[in-house]
Design a protein around this ligand. Structure first.
Ligand SMILES: [Zn+2]
Length: 355
């Protein structure tokens, strides 16, 4: 155990308890974890960034996409130093020791997800903070940054997906999965799913998506037409989403009906009570957010989740219960129970009054 000072973050007033429960806990048994700076997770930080960096954003809607890409790429080193500083002053605490951080910030256009139909290939920033244990060298960061830039460079007209952009994205996923220590069986499954998704979206093509957008103003209608469109390519939405696959694999647990009608007090009691003991085995396969085991019972994934728990038990036992709450959140989030603010409150309450 080499991470020190986590206890200093165990206070009710610390605004990001899920980062402790997930990325910092994971770091006791995994070589590298990543914290994405998103609007949802860090609203204050992102608002400040957007205000300060307004000129760096795409304000001029008439600016051609390739030029906008180049303009933002030039700003990337400044954005990285901006967040590198904020990470230690606003998010983490200087009392923490035993790991290093690295920022990778690159402009990004979302072409690979169905969100392209809503987001319209808009330009935005993708900002990622990587946490590695001291002593573990990770030269992959430059590779990740380069691959992300190659992705942007390979878009048609600076905007639309191509076979090359899909390949760069797959390379990025592969490099990251190795860096994060994910089991190869799960990485392969995820890569296959992503590849299928890229192929389908390339087949449909941005022109067809544009046609659908012009035809339907109502997002629900647009969505259901997109579904039909996929079907003509022999695919269902479920086949494009690892989340849907996981829901199917966990089907018999029938969690969907839970929680919706529960009061906060009932929910809090349930989480606290479950967190006092070992969880059912498959929960350990969901050791970090946005990770998709190839199967909820993947032995290698479960093993990683268990190793984190036992390393915590040996070194910082007061973190075990919030780690378990994080496992619960990760599983339930695939079941549609994914309210970050609620999860923060559950964790803060548990930190204030440990089970
Ligand atoms: Zn696996």
């Amino acid at each position: 155990m080499t991470i020190k000072g986590i206890q200093s973050l165990l206070s009710e007033s610390y605004p990001y308890p899920e980062l402790v429960a997930d990325q910092l806990c994971n770091l006791v048994a995994r070589p590298c974890t990543m914290v994405p700076f998103t609007q949802q997770a860090f609203p204050n930080q992102m608002d400040e960034f957007n205000t300060e960096y307004a000129p760096a954003r795409l304000l001029d809607r008439d600016e051609p996409a390739p030029e906008a890409n180049i303009r933002l790429i030039k700003k990337a080193p400044a954005v990285e130093s901006y967040f590198a500083k904020r990470l230690w002053t606003k998010v983490l605490n200087p009392a923490l020791e035993g790991f290093s951080t690295k920022l990778v910030a690159v402009p990004y256009r979302d072409t690979v997800f169905e969100s392209a139909i809503y987001a319209d290939y808009n330009l935005d920033w993708k900002i990622e903070a990587y946490l590695t244990r001291d002593g573990d060298t990770a030269p992959e960061f430059d590779r990740i940054r380069t691959t992300k830039k190659q992705y942007l460079d390979s878009l048609r007209d600076g905007k639309y997906p191509t076979e090359a952009s899909a390949n760069h994205k797959l390379t990025e996923i592969r490099v990251k999965s190795e860096l994060f220590g994910y089991p190869s069986c799960c990485t392969q499954q995820f890569l296959n799913e992503r590849e299928t998704r890229f192929k389908a979206l390339l087949d449909i093509g941005p022109e067809r998506i544009r046609e659908l957008q012009n035809e339907y103003d109502d997002p629900n209608q647009l969505w259901s037409t997109f579904r039909d469109e996929l079907r003509t390519h022999g695919l269902t939405l479920e086949e494009l989403n690892p989340e849907s696959r996981i829901v199917q694999q966990l089907e018999y647990i029938n969690l969907g009906q839970y929680f919706e009608e529960w009061s906060y007090e009932e929910l809090s009691e349930f989480y606290q009570q479950k967190a006092t003991q070992s969880l059912p085995e498959f929960f350990y396969g969901f050791f970090t957010a946005d990770y998709y085991p190839h199967n909820p019972r993947c032995e290698e994934s479960v093993d990683i989740g268990r190793r984190i728990e036992s390393a915590l038990q040996d070194s910082i036992p007061e973190l075990v219960s919030i780690y378990r709450m994080s496992l619960m959140r990760n599983v339930f989030s695939y079941m549609g129970f994914d309210d970050l603010q609620l999860h923060r409150r559950l964790l803060s309450d548990s930190i204030a009054d440990p089970p």
